[in-house]
Ligand binder design. Sequence first.
Ligand SMILES: Cc1ncc(COP(=O)(O)O)c(C=O)c1O
Ligand SMILES: [Zn+2]
Length: 389
Amino acid sequence: MKYFEGYRCGSCGREIPAGSAAGECPACAGPLLCVYDTSAIRRRAASRTIASMRSGQGVWRYGDLLPDFARRVTLGEGNTPLLRARRLGDAIGARDLYVKDESSNPTGSFKARGMAVAVSRLLDLGVKKAYVPSAGNAGLALAAYGAAADIPCHVFIPSETPEGVAEECRLYGAEVTVVPGILPDAARALDASVQGDRSGIVSTFREPCRVEGKKTMAFELEEEIEPDWIVFPTGGGTGIVAFWKAYRELEALDILHRPMPRLAAVQAEGCAPLVKAFAEGAERAIPWKDPVTIASGIRVPSSRADALILQALRESGGTAVSVTDGEIMEAVREISLSLGVFPSPEGAAAWAGLKRLVRENTVSPSARIVIVNTAGGARYRFLLGSRKL
Ligand SMILES: Cc1ncc(COP(=O)(O)O)c(C=O)c1O
Ligand SMILES: [Zn+2]
């Protein structure tokens, strides 16, 4: 059955047909979101549970709520462990705390989920080459899924990217350009170098399908524990938008019989445009000047979907909070010691953010809380060194 109907602009609402190669709204350059015929799914799925919709492998287990591309690339992403974090929770009186450990995905991060779907779309469109600017994890994921799909890839990484990323991307056959500076510098270098067909660019919110793959985190969590709060380290914001979109779809399917979980975005104090905008009640975020944090995945000074991210946080009854690099380092140690999971600095930021939110009474410690460890820590060699902050 075909439930995928096409795309809708998340800013101006313009509709774009399913076969279109557009990566962003032709009218306003806003982010495109996939649209499904939820009434048709409702008519078919008599029992109306998430499990009743399952089929396929990797993220494609939730294929009814993903585009129906002819070739569905997968490396077995998703279905990641949900770990009960008793000792970690004890520190803040949280009895019902869990860590969703995304480090077990192919190439070691949650970016795999999004690239599985984005690369499948490129195959569908017959795109000859794929491009992404990346702080590391998205580049690795594109390179690996590009290899699986036999699509040549070109990854642009800033010079601060963790050691070893460029080499591993090259192992998957990708071309790598190292750009002096930070992520926006790499994005500018990519824009300047892609001539002609730009439909292979899979930058954050410049194509519609990475959000779709990331929605599967929400489907898994909902099947597993029906959380009250989801705490997520936020840079470009695909994760937050994906959770919000996934829960809106479950509502439309009559599967969600409670308010959607509250979403908490965690940013670093040295780069917190969304936290500032959220606190000020603003509808848009102002790009952050001189972003600084050891958590390179959330060193993102601006997002193309700032309005959508802020809308997602507010509609879910959620919040946004920032943490220092010192708190992130401390959180890396605490998660490793009490859980046996070596988290990325971004995942550690989620735990540090939750501690703050409980301290300031925004999150009740009696809630059922999930923090997402978006990647493993081993690639970030400085975490194992003697660097003091
Ligand atoms: C490990 C890690 N966590 C979190 C993020 C932020 O991702 P999002 O686009 O969902 O805000 C990234 C992005 O690079 C990342 O690599
Ligand atoms: Zn638009």
